[in-house]
Write a protein that binds this ligand. Structure first.
Ligand code: FES
Length: 573
């Protein structure tokens, strides 16, 4: 095997000189026999495990299962940690650190004797960040998603992790959720290992990985606690060794067509709006030109096939039992690029030929979907010259065409201070405008776009209002929420000059978001605007603020776009 395979790890291990000795010797302290250094493909297991990332806390066990498969196939597994991102714990937002993790992954892969890599992922940003880093190195790569939690039940009510959060304020206002009940609900919502069990961002990222061809087919829907997940983990370990032998690198899987497939699949499953920003960033790393507008042109007319929260009723465990992503992929045969190669070496469409549906309440058909035209709509207009997005399947139909007076909050702290003020001049027809939550401005573009409605309107029974911002929205959230406005307010986008009482028109059918002011008035206000100064002077956050790109470009750091491969120019001496 060693003669036939040209392995980059052999640059470290094959020489019988001083440096060959050094490279092998220190690894020997873990007890590896001679033949481990004589031509076995070295497989890195990139682990985002952390007890501070609850959704990934089981990934150390997953790594052991993957190792079994690697050893069975004749590989040499070496597990390594990278920074992990716990969505529910980290402040101010994990998105601030997505690009940092991608740098960690990129540099770790390139600097070490790794021939292929398994990415262990779970919580929202742990998937795109690791894939982005891997793209910039372009080794054979397979993704093993950690899997969703089991269904949550609270007093006979099904509660999805994430989606229940958005009901808490409403229920507390109605006196329906006391402190002790909240404690009980917490335990019910997160009752097993795994990531959020709705079609939130984590499930969306797992589905995206599979739709791109980066996972074994069928793995993304399986709950983390299900023993069948282990089988896929072990086979993924076997498969990555074969991928190294076949030189099946990431760029051979991640073609433009693979990205187009991912957009279509995301629409059909009602996936998170966060997919957009992450998919664009991944595409730009691997060198594929993917435009924001393509999410609309390819996805907006795709019907919603999956009845999962937050767009529907069920959870990922139900989805798996109903046939999972495999049956969705089979149904999408006519819409997808069939020839895309996936990590198992097969064409994507051949992977799902035998899929079946076992519950037509959970997985609908193209003929009778849950909703028509469910994909993301990309908006344009003077409020968002580079684009903004809305997820129609999560919005209220009658608000999709709406004209209302702006109620402006300059930042999220301003919102919290004033939103429940009984004297706030707001009614159900108002448009809530939130500034200062974009990539640069927050910094980090947090998931605050779906801010709660003012208390006095909730008490009147108002369920939804138009809300617009340059921020993101949790994949578990819903509402008539316009997000990712670009350019953001902090760098002088039109959003910055919106004032209380200005009229705003949202017209989803005509893909328009417009501030009803003349061009002259907009220019006048912009000229008289005070430039915002960001109080960021050091460390990674300074680097981030200086280099982060706008949302429509994926919010990557400008100097990380593209790839530089796996070559290392200087040796360790
Ligand atoms: Fe980790 Fe939702 S908080 S996946």
């Amino acid at each position: 095997m060693s003669e036939k395979l040209s392995l980059r790890s052999q640059e470290w291990f094959q020489n019988m000189d001083k440096m060959g000795f050094v490279h092998r010797s220190w690894l020997r302290n873990q007890g590896y026999p001679d033949d481990y250094f004589q031509g076995k493909p070295v497989i890195g297991i990139c682990n985002t495990w952390s007890e501070l990332t609850p959704c990934n806390a089981h990934l150390r066990d997953v790594a052991e299962t993957v190792k079994k498969g690697i050893l069975e196939a004749g590989g040499f597994p070496l597990e390594f940690p990278v920074m992990s991102l716990g969505e529910t714990i980290m402040k101010p937002t994990t998105m601030l650190f997505r690009n940092l993790v991608s740098m960690d992954v990129e540099e770790t892969l390139r600097a070490n004797p790794i021939d292929g890599v398994v990415l262990l992922t779970g919580c929202d940003k742990t998937t795109p960040s690791t894939i982005m880093g891997a793209c910039s190195v372009d080794l054979p790569t397979i993704v093993v998603p950690g899997g969703p939690m089991l269904n949550g039940r609270f007093r006979n009510e099904t509660i999805g992790s994430g989606s229940f959060n958005w009901m808490i304020k409403e229920r507390q206002n109605k006196g329906q959720l006391m402190a002790e009940e909240l404690y009980e609900a917490e335990s019910c919502a997160a009752r097993s290992i795994g990531h959020c069990n709705t079609m939130g961002t984590a499930s969306t990222m797992a589905v995206m990985s599979e739709a791109l061809g980066l996972t074994l087919p069928g793995i993304s829907s399986i709950p983390a606690a299900d023993s069948r997940k282990k089988v896929f983990q072990q086979i993924s370990g076997r498969r990555i060794v074969e991928m190294v032998k076949e030189d099946l690198t990431l760029s051979k899987v991640l073609t433009k067509k693979a990205f187009e497939n991912a957009i279509i699949v995301n629409a059909a499953v009602g996936g998170s709006t966060n997919l957009i920003i992450h998919l664009i960033a991944i595409a730009r790393r691997i060198g594929v030109d993917l435009k924001l507008e393509e999410f609309d042109s390819l996805g907006s007319e795709v019907p919603l096939l999956v009845n999962l929260m937050p767009s529907g009723k069920y959870l990922m465990e139900d989805f798996y039992y109903a046939g999972g992503l495999s049956f969705v992929m089979k149904q999408l045969t006519t819409l997808l690029h069939k020839e895309c190669i996936t990590v198992n070496g097969q064409k994507i469409i051949d992977n799902y030929e035998k899929a079946s549906c076992y519950n037509s309440e959970v997985i609908k058909t193209l003929e009778e979907p849950l909703k028509e035209n469910a994909g993301i709509t990309v908006l344009k207009g003077n409020l968002c010259e580079n684009g903004a997005i809305i997820k129609p399947s999560a919005a209220t139909p009658k608000l999709m065409q709406h004209r209302g007076k702006a109620v402006v909050f300059e930042n999220i702290e301003d919102y919290h201070q004033r939103v429940d003020d009984p004297d706030l001049d707001v009614d159900e027809n108002s448009v809530i405008v939130l500034k200062g939550v974009g990539p640069k401005g927050y910094p980090g573009m947090p998931e605050v776009g779906n801010v709660d409605l003012p208390k006095k309107l909730i008490e009147k029974g108002v369920k939804d209002m138009v809300r617009i911002s340059d921020g993101r929205m949790s994949g578990t959230a819903y509402g008539t929420v316009v997000l990712h406005i670009s350019p953001e307010s902090t760098i002088g986008g039109t959003l910055a000059i919106v004032e209380n009482g200005d009229y705003i028109t949202l017209d989803v059918k005509n893909k328009l978001l417009q501030l009803e002011l003349s061009d002259e008035e907009i220019q006048y206000r912009k000229l008289n605007m005070k430039p915002e100064s960001l109080d960021v002077n050091r460390g990674y956050v300074k680097l981030y603020v200086d280099h982060v790109e706008q949302a429509h470009l994926g919010a990557d750091l400008d100097f990380l776009v593209g790839k530089s491969g796996s070559k290392v120019s200087r040796d360790l001496h």
